[in-house]
Design a protein around this ligand. Structure first.
Ligand code: ADP
Ligand code: MG
Length: 643
């Protein structure tokens, strides 16, 4: 076979090309991180091999001391990162170093704007990874041999990081992967031993296997008494701490080390928001190091996306994305869990339903909630607000999913409110309760399609006038949340758009009397409205919530709310026909005027316009808008004739 036949050319996946472009653009000021990424990959490769060797120790092939070696060649202007980890087969090389294997990648890249500055911020969620080699190298050669495979089955991958790469079979004497970077002319500073060592210390100190660099020996020289001191050979020396970071004592780990470790395990390139490191001994024994990221990953809402912790058993890596240890509403948490209570040969299946898993999950969940509580209670709320903006919507799944921690989660929730009147969700239930009016024993909220619709809803009028705070909810998940969050610290949460809004306890005797009086006087009018509207409405009542609007519709206490109906319709569910309760504002001039209309046909027309108007305000649309418009026009015509 000739060389040309053996060497194949492959094109990069379109997304890889885009990623390469963006990365080089956004990382030119922080080039050295390429080393962190390549060492991180080497360490992952060692973890994977150690795991497989648990059941097949022959894979070590007499070389069980896993390590990474960095060597510099000044003459060739290359820096080589070698590991004796798992290695890759040819197929793996093609799929791992030619494509991005993450579900939803294509869709995500499709959304990029083309504005490099903006896009490079977005792309941060992808992690930097292998391709960062091209920040400093104009050619990258990868030589790799899979553990357990023969020397002549090795593969060489090579690329200049433009459109394509080549693949060819080679013979490689040892297991694992060598990454050879042919440095760009202007990047030769990375050939300095001192420089590279300091980068390793800065970014990769936490890597749990040794990261070694070659130290020169001393030549033969003369001793004091004229005797020859023999030359010493050079040797490989670890330049990092080479212990598992999570096993170290908290007090000995610096913030910088925690942050770099986060980047290694999360493949995220931004700093985490906060973290919590704990060692637990007793009934269950484990160490956990859990992080809250600063930014939500692009695939937070993708059902197929993997999430979960990195699982170790007695420092041996077992698996990535062990999702059993976090409830779904905390799926954004990244971190490491190392337990000595699980067997080394544990599999996803075994993990599924063991008692140990349950108690580890309970422990980890409460650690995370504690960490969030701490952030939520901080004097400076900037961090918590960042967290809430990124992950608030996911946290809102909590009360439905995690019954045991419902009260704790409730305290972590944040809402927009009439108290602040901005769309920012920054009001806690505790703050709400602390501001409740004398005599108020319920927490009021409204769910609407948008913040504006909630803020300007007629249902809020009286409450606003009385200075009673209402939580303004408009996220898709809110209706679902409020179905499960019915009480907080013994106080009921009540929708102001449902059932009887009885705030009479907040009124003085005089107002109450006056109201009863109006109700009596108006009994005949409401009756007349009911007759005119027939079964379009469930009932007609005097409203206690309106000041400025003539009328509104509310949902009966046990009927499905407007938002719930919309939610179900949007996923194609059949929904029952819910009839509204029609509430009239007896103080409103228009209502008084209609009450005086004698002609029954005309009265019916007015009543129907009023009802449609109220439905429009509540639902944002009408079943039959054309009828509404023609009725309205008829009335306008009447008016214009009189004018
Ligand atoms: P990530 O580390 O986030 O998966 P990278 O771009 O860093 O992404 O690496 C892509 C993939 O290439 C890795 O997931 C791994 O499968 C493979 N890979 C990279 N470097 C090595 C290595 N030194 N040994 C074995 N596999 C590697
Ligand atoms: Mg990587």
């Amino acid at each position: 076979m000739t060389e040309t036949v053996q060497k194949q050319k492959h094109g990069f996946q379109a997304e890889v090309k885009q990623l390469l472009q963006l990365m080089i653009h956004s990382l030119y000021s922080n080039k050295e991180i390429f080393l962190r990424e390549l060492v991180s990959n080497a360490s992952d490769a060692a973890d994977k091999l150690r795991f497989l060797a648990l059941s097949d120790s022959s894979l070590y092939d007499n070389d069980g001391e896993l390590r990474v070696r960095i060597s510099l060649d000044e003459a060739a202007k290359t820096i080589t990162i070698s590991d004796n980890g798992i290695g890759m087969t040819q197929d793996e090389v093609i799929s791992h170093l030619g494509t991005i294997a993450k579900s939803g990648t294509k869709e995500f890249f499709g959304q990029l704007s083309g504005d490099q500055t903006k896009d490079s911020q977005l792309i941060g969620q992808f992690g930097v990874g292998f391709y960062s080699a091209f920040i400093v190298a104009d050619k990258v050669t990868v030589k790799t041999r899979k553990a357990g495979a023969p020397a002549d089955s090795a593969v060489q991958w090579e690329s200049t990081g433009e459109g394509d790469y080549t693949i060819e079979p080679i013979v490689k004497a040892s297991r694992g992967t060598d990454i050879i970077l042919h440095l760009r002319e202007e990047e030769t500073e990375f050939l300095s031993q001192w420089k590279v060592e300091s980068i390793v210390t800065k970014y990769s100190d936490h890597i749990s296997i040794p990261v070694e660099m070659y130290q020169e020996g001393t030549p033969e020289r003369d001793g004091e008494d004229g005797e020859k001191i023999p030359a010493t050979e050079g040797y490989w020396k670890a330049v990092n701490k080479a212990t598992a970071l999570w096993m170290r004592d908290k007090s000995e780990v610096t913030d910088n080390e925690y942050q770099e470790f986060y980047k290694h395990i999360s493949h995220d390139w931004t700093e985490p928001l906060t973290w919590s490191h704990n060692k637990v001994e007793g009934n269950t024994n484990y160490t956990s190091l859990l992080y809250v990221p600063k930014k939500a990953p692009f695939d937070l809402w993708n059902r197929e996306a993997r999430h979960g912790l990195k699982l170790y058993v007695q420092r041996v890596f077992i698996m990535d994305d062990a999702e059993q240890f976090m409830p779904s509403y905390l799926r954004f948490i990244k971190g490491v869990l190392d337990s000595s209570d699980l067997p080394l040969n544990v599999s996803r299946e075994i993990l599924q339903d063991t008692k140990v898993t349950q108690s580890l999950r309970k422990g980890c969940t409460s650690r995370v909630l504690k960490m969030l509580e701490k952030m939520a209670k901080a004097d400076d709320q900037t961090e918590y607000q960042t967290f809430w903006t990124e992950f608030g919507q996911v946290m809102k799944e909590g009360p439905a999913e995690d019954f045991a921690n419902k009260e704790t989660i409730a305290k972590l929730l944040r809402f927009a409110s009439t108290h602040t009147d901005t769309a920012e969700q920054n009001v806690s239930l505790e703050a709400y309760v602390s501001r409740m009016k004398e005599g108020q024993d319920e927490i009021y909220f409204i769910v609407a399609d948008s913040f504006e619709a909630a803020k300007y809803s007629p249902h809020l009028e009286v409450l606003r006038k009385k200075g009673i705070e209402v939580l303004l909810l408009s996220d898709r998940i809110d209706e679902w949340l409020m179905q499960h969050l019915t009480e907080f610290e013994g106080k009921k949460l009540r929708s102001v758009a449902k059932g009887n809004l009885d705030i009479s306890k907040l009124d003085d005797e005089e107002t109450k009397k006056a109201q009863e009086e109006t109700e009596k006087q108006f009994a005949a009018v409401t009756e007349r409205f009911k007759t005119a509207l027939g079964d379009q409405v469930k009932a007609v009542k005097i409203s206690h919530r309106l000041t400025d609007s003539p009328a509104c519709v509310v949902t009966d206490e046990f009927d499905m709310s407007t938002q719930m109906i919309k939610l179900m319709e949007s996923v194609g569910q059949k929904v029952p026909d819910v009839k509204p309760i029609f509430e009239l504002n007896p103080e409103h001039a228009l209502v008084k005027h209609i009450a005086d209309v004698q002609d029954e046909t005309q009265f019916k027309q007015w009543a129907e316009v009023l009802l449609d108007q109220a439905l429009l305000a509540e639902r944002g649309s009408l079943k039959n808008p054309a009828t509404f418009v023609s009725r309205l026009n008829a009335l306008l015509l009447d008016l214009s004739k009189k004018a």
